[in-house]
Ligand binder design. Structure first.
Ligand code: PAF
Length: 283
């Protein structure tokens, strides 16, 4: 087990450490999280450590990205367990600021991301979500001033939104996406999987299976929109309540008519019982 990461509670001590590391010729990576860390987060730290000598993981449950009907207070907070995982994973620092450090008295700025943030996917169901994500991620990137930052491809629209606003706002930190970790049966790792009943857990891998079959069909010449619509029907027939299953341009998330027009990503959100699962796959 490596040493416990140094815990930074304020921006100035984080920046001072980053400046010291940089002066010593070290590269710095940032992994933004909201805590409740699992193997997916650890894989982000592992990816970060391949390109940086110092990896800082931020843990901040960001109130700005929760809608009033999404229970901010009930979001799991497991700081001691998180810190033990970060020590194991070899993170150099953990930035865990109190809310007043991020949103001090008088804070009044918003970021309204466009492009992939308005693709009509997650934003259709959670309209306040990406403005809240963009605001906190822009602040974290600016606070840490890292060379690179790592985000999971599991939240594919979020990753596209972050890449877009980071480019638009000339943020120099290089943004990396890390492939989704999966269970042996294909189910994407998610903290929500624990809410699945035994029967739902047995059904859940169908999501990834259907994405794989749909990707294969598109590669064999099926029209993307029709193949995706067919897949949504298949999931519906199997008992999923599908919010969306769409084939989109992998960078812009715009509608796309064929593979000739650019790389395609399949994105799905579906409820099984009370649990909402999201997943995505490259075609
Ligand atoms: O993906 C998450 O955990 C959050 O949306 C992020 C990127 C840490 C911003 O709060």
């Amino acid at each position: 087990m490596s040493d416990a990461p140094h815990v930074f509670r304020d921006i100035s001590s984080l920046r001072a450490a980053v400046a010291r590391w940089r002066a010593a010729g070290e590269k710095i990576a940032l992994v933004p999280t909201m805590g409740a860390l699992h193997a997916g987060h650890v894989s982000l730290v592992e990816a970060a450590r391949k390109v940086a000598q110092r990896t800082v993981v931020s843990i901040f449950v960001n109130p700005a990205q929760f809608a009033p009907n999404e229970d901010f207070d009930a979001y799991p907070r497991t700081f001691d367990a998180d810190l033990a995982k970060l020590a194991q994973a070899g993170a150099a620092g953990c930035f865990a600021p109190p809310a007043r450090e991020i949103y001090p008295e008088g804070f009044s700025t918003q970021i309204i991301p466009g492009g992939p943030a308005l693709a009509g996917l997650e934003d259709r169901f959670r309209p306040d979500h990406f403005p809240g994500v963009a605001l906190v991620v822009a602040k974290l990137l600016n606070q840490a001033q890292a060379d690179s930052a790592f985000f999971g491809e599991k939240d594919f629209q979020q990753l596209a939104v972050i890449r877009r606003f980071a480019a638009d706002l000339d943020i120099p930190t290089r943004i990396f996406g890390v492939p989704t970790l999966r269970e042996a049966d294909g189910l994407a790792l998610s903290s929500r999987n624990i809410y699945l009943s035994v029967a739902e857990r047995a059904q859940a891998p169908l999501l990834a299976l259907v994405l794989n079959e749909t990707a294969a069909a598109i590669r064999s010449g099926a029209a993307p929109a029709q193949a995706a619509a067919q897949a949504a029907l298949q999931l519906g027939a199997a008992g999923f309540d599908v919010d969306y299953l769409e084939a989109r341009h992998a960078e812009t998330l715009a509608q796309i008519a064929s593979l000739e027009e650019g790389p395609i990503r399949l994105l799905v959100a579906a409820r099984i019982g009370k649990t909402r699962l999201i997943d995505n796959l490259a075609v």
